[in-house]
Design a protein around this ligand. Structure first.
Ligand code: S3P
Length: 426
């Protein structure tokens, strides 16, 4: 794929289903009684990994592109997998499934690709061990491969040192298998899809401030869920619509849950023309159509409580900052270092290669925007969000932007380049 500068960008698009909600729909459906039906499911590699893991534990799951039907077997209906579960590239699969596996009477093991084997799992090993789970890093390095399960769990209160929905959800899911109330307090609120969705499946779950708590041994019942578009995928086109000349984009049916929608606030703070239309609630989640037009952007500070609500969007926010006048400071985002790639390093390398004046810091980056960007070969580190963020930078860069790997988009947005091409070729 080669991206070149565009003269205008106009159109109406939808983006694939929300990745976080798609994973959870499959997992919660598998441990509920009866049928769960998901429409708008993200048919990407990560969510397919989740489906494969539950099929390996005896759950009948039918998938036809974005339509998924799960024949749940209840909290205690999973069977021991015959082989090591393969979580692929998916951190969400790894950490959430570990909470469920911790409550099973059988021992199982899981592993994933090279990137997964470097991501920190001590953050789930610690609370699950406190609950009495048997969980160990097979190579003794606090990373996957992991061996899990086979012991009864006790309810705990866990003060999480990180604002991570994956850690929170892992502990809450293990809490389904413990008598009494399991609770998690986080330093800053993270995405709350598990809380919203588990409540819909019939769990007794509460959120009060920074604490979420769940009562063990509920009866979960299968649900019909319409998965909204993923704001993390919409983010590329939000930024494209703001930074490209003569742009006018409508991105329909996007999840705008406030624990996810930090990019909208940042775009507004930078002077972006962005509006939410047709706001509604679908399957318990706020949804809207997002309208963006070409904007004169200026730098701003992105820090503090908003960070978990935009953590996956920081690569494309950095691209937006490079196209804004003035300085943008991104801080409190050290979590970037433990994503699919070290995103402080990978954003820095690619932005600098495009001619941006920026400095990486320990917990973010400082970007002096407004310099003309020039095309490069993007070093993706097989990180889907790096590939897509820099494709957007290519729309305003001189010369050609190419990629060392573009297949990695299949993790969260298999048709990304097709959608982009359709818009740019109009
Ligand atoms: C996710 C939570 C976030 C996010 C990831 C998806 C989830 O990770 O970066 O892409 O679905 O719970 P952390 O929990 O590690 O912050």
């Amino acid at each position: 794929m080669t991206i070149t500068k565009v003269k205008s960008l106009k159109g109406e698009i939808t983006v694939p289903g929300d990745k976080s909600i798609s994973h959870r729909g499959v997992m919660f459906g598998a441990i509920s009684e009866g049928i769960t039906e998901l429409t708008g499911f993200l048919d990407g590699a990560d969510c397919r990994s989740t489906i494969a893991c539950f099929r390996d534990m005896g759950i009948d799951i039918k998938q036809e592109s974005d339509h998924v039907v799960i024949h749940g077997k209840g909290l205690h209906g999973l069977t021991a997998p015959k082989q090591m579960l393969d979580v692929g590239n998916s951190g969400t699969t790894t950490r959430l499934i570990s909470g469920i596996l911790a409550g099973q009477p059988f021992v199982s093991s899981l592993n994933g690709d090279e990137s997964i084997q470097k991501r920190p799992m001590g953050r789930i090993i610690t609370p699950l061990s406190q609950m009495g789970a048997h969980i160990r890093s097979i190579k003794n390095n606090n990373c996957a491969p992991l061996e899990i399960g086979g012991s009864p769990l006790k309810a705990i209160h866990y003060d999480s040192p990180v604002a991570s929905a994956q850690v929170k959800s892992c502990v809450l899911l293990a809490g389904l298998y413990a008598d009494g109330i399991t609770s998690v307090t986080e330093p800053v609120i993270s995405r709350n899809h598990s809380e919203l969705m588990l409540s819909g499946f019939g769990a007794d779950i509460k959120s009060e401030g920074l604490t979420a708590s769940i009562v063990g041994n509920p009866k979960l019942v299968g649900q019909k869920i319409e998965v909204p578009g993923d704001i993390s995928s919409a983010a590329y086109f939000i930024v494209a619509g703001l930074i490209c000349p003569n742009a006018d984009l409508l991105i329909k049916n996007v999840n705008t849950n406030p624990t996810r929608a930090g990019i909208i606030k940042v775009a507004q703070a930078m002077g972006g023309n962005i509006e939410l239309l047709n706001e509604r609630v679908v399957s318990g989640e706020p949804v809207a159509d997002i309208h963006v037009t070409t904007s004169e952007l200026h730098g701003c500070e992105v820090s503090g409580e908003i960070i978990p609500a935009l953590i996956d969007e920081i690569p494309v926010i950095a691209v937006m900052a490079a196209c804004a006048t003035g300085t943008t400071v991104i801080k409190d985002a050290a979590e970037l270092k433990v994503k699919e790639s070290d995103r402080i390093a990978t954003v820095t390398e690619n932005l600098k290669n495009m001619g941006c004046d920026m400095t990486p810091t320990d917990d973010g980056m400082i970007i002096n925007g407004g310099k003309v960007l020039h095309g490069t070969t993007v070093n993706t580190y097989i990180d889907h969000r790096i590939a897509m963020a820099f494709a957007i930078a290519g729309l305003v860069a001189d010369g050609e932007t190419t990629f060392d790997n573009e297949d990695c988009c299949c993790i969260s947005y298999p048709d990304f380049f097709k959608t982009l091409n359709n818009l740019t070729n109009q």
